[in-house]
Write a protein that binds this ligand. Structure first.
Ligand SMILES: [Zn+2]
Length: 165
């Protein structure tokens, strides 16, 4: 999938998690940008989206040996979705998890809170992580209702902790 990213979209990898996670965590974050160029500084929207992802990954159960690919801008996300063949009958998609190749694709705009009226960054990440956690159980990980109900459980538990209950 990564190799098939269309020309014009630059894929670059940063191992930004060395400081954020223990060495054994083996979580990799890669970025695609519609305007990044080799040798140029990483676009600020990529950095911002990556920080948001790291923040959320520290709140919820996090997988080992997993790759997250962030499409930093709307055009990059559109290209990545098309390339991965993601279309749900015209519904908007903000993230997608492929259990077979241990990869999760995420919209950088959503991670930066631009879609918060529809989907907050924490909800997006909790939902995709729930897909990953449920693959280890007999429950079907592609059952959106079960996935979403696990994600909602995490989100509400986090809220009550914040409220000190
Ligand atoms: Zn889902």
């Amino acid at each position: 999938m990564v190799q098939r990213v269309k020309s014009g979209t630059t894929l670059f990898c940063l191992f930004v998690l060395a400081l954020a996670f223990p060495a054994h965590a083996q979580v990799k974050i890669a970025y695609t940008s519609s305007h990044a160029k080799a040798g140029q500084p990483v676009p600020s929207e990529c950095i911002e989206a990556g920080k948001s992802l790291v923040t959320q990954l520290n709140r919820f159960p996090r997988p080992d040996n997993w790759t997250f690919i962030i499409a930093c801008d709307a055009k990059a996300w559109s290209n990545l979705k098309a390339d991965a063949g993601l279309s749900f009958n015209g519904l908007d998609v903000y993230g997608a998890t492929n259990l077979k190749n241990s990869t999760t694709l995420l919209s950088g705009d959503t991670l930066r809170g631009k879609d918060a009226s529809v989907l907050t960054p924490e909800h997006l990440v909790a939902h995709e992580l729930a897909h990953i956690v449920l693959k280890n159980y007999t429950i079907r990980a592609d059952n959106e209702q079960q996935v979403e109900s696990l994600a909602q459980g995490w989100l509400s538990r986090k809220t009550s902790t914040q409220e000190g209950q």
